[in-house]
Design a protein around this ligand. Structure first.
Ligand code: ATP
Length: 354
């Protein structure tokens, strides 16, 4: 077991719903979840929901012994496969200790749930934060955010871990005033294994790399594609591959059908465009996380602070993008709930004798 309590600092502080299944074996990382009642150690605040996802809800909670505020991701598990998937998430998070990656603090297992107790960050999703009209988003801010994403991904890749679900909603701000971010949601993360294939059933594929859409091998570059898409969006407010429907979006991804919209990139530097152009390319020539850290766009910040003072127009476009995606997510969860009910009713009609 290796929860990093000693090094843990409390923060001072898509809409893409994709379901992925590995064709090849699950990871066997050390995943330790205590099999004792969680409420002996933590008080979960039922009314303080920080977010919801495919598998459950994230609540604010407090450690009873210290009063420390934390986040509890409570995941309902039905069957061994789901349990193993969550244990994979715990196993991956247990290996992580980096300022730009959310830290696991504790984990609990019961008959019906697995609960991840994590460091709490209070700033909300990065894109939600930057659409606030009081926030003046400049290219320098985009550099600061992208640099931190790359630092986090570089660390992950050094540990031979692939995140595989990098998207704007998985980037959180530590607080509502500073620019520090943390990557969350290691639910689909995997230890890198050469020749592992990823099968993907997706709602909308905006952030997927071509090798994922193609059912091809995934590797470190797969995460870097997503970094390219996120950076493109930060700077322009546009989603580079978005088509009128999923098929069109997937075709755009597979055929590298993207460009720099002249109006949206009007005030964006050539260095920034070169950075994105080095990521939205086939996997074998895609820039690595270490390559990103050395790229001129992410360096010499002092000079850039003098140059990049113009407010980016991407803010307005991101507002529209997020509003559309909130609607889409609401619809997705309504359909998912209806399907769950249908499955439940069908299972009852099969098992209930007349
Ligand atoms: P999804 O289905 O979107 O992939 P998920 O079930 O895997 O979601 P997470 O993405 O880990 O769950 O968390 C869901 C939401 O809860 C996040 O988008 C975020 O708003 C909030 N959240 C998660 N972890 C934290 C945290 N440590 N501190 C504060 N809020 C958090």
């Amino acid at each position: 077991m290796c929860f990093c309590k000693s090094t843990f600092n409390q923060s001072n502080s898509s809409l893409v719903i994709i379901t992925k299944q590995l064709i090849i074996c699950q990871t066997s990382e050390v995943s330790y979840a205590k099999q004792v009642p969680m409420n002996a150690y933590y008080a979960v605040k039922p009314d303080e929901v920080l977010g919801g996802g495919r598998f459950g809800q994230v609540h604010k909670c407090a450690e009873l012994s210290s009063g420390l505020t934390l986040a509890a991701k409570i995941i309902k598990v039905r069957g061994m496969k789901e349990r193993d998937e969550v244990k994979n998430e715990i196993g991956v998070m247990n290996q992580l200790n980096h300022a730009n990656l959310i830290q696991l603090y504790d984990a609990f297992e019961s008959r019906t749930n697995l609960t991840l107790i994590m460091e709490y960050v209070e700033g909300g999703e990065l894109f939600e934060r930057i659409i606030d009209e009081n926030y003046q988003l400049t290219e320098l801010d985009a550099i600061v955010f992208t640099r931190q994403i790359c630092e986090g991904v570089q660390y992950l890749h050094q540990q031979y871990i692939l995140h595989l679900d990098l998207k704007p909603e998985n980037i959180l701000c530590v607080n509502s005033t500073g620019n520090q971010i943390k990557i969350i949601d290691f639910g689909l993360a995997r230890k890198y294994r050469p020749r592992e294939k990823l099968k993907v059933n997706f709602g909308t594929p905006e952030f997927l790399a071509p090798e994922v859409v193609n059912y091809d091998f995934v590797s470190f570059p797969t995460d870097m594609w997503s970094v390219g898409v996120i950076t493109y969006m930060l700077l322009s407010g546009l989603s580079p591959f978005m088509g009128d429907n999923d098929t069109e979006t997937m075709n755009n991804i597979l055929h590298a059908n993207w460009d720099f919209d002249a109006e949206a990139f009007e005030n964006v530097s050539e260095e920034a465009k070169d950075f994105i152009s080095s990521l939205l390319v086939p996997a074998k020539c895609r820039m690595s996380a270490s390559g990103c850290m050395k790229h001129s766009w992410l360096n010499n910040l002092e000079d850039k602070a003098k140059m990049y003072k113009v407010r980016l127009k991407s803010q307005m476009r991101l507002q529209r993008y997020l509003a559309a995606h909130r609607q889409w997510k609401k619809h997705f969860y309504a359909v998912a709930a209806a399907n769950r009910l249908k499955r439940f009713q069908q299972s009852r009609s099969v098992s209930t004798p007349n």
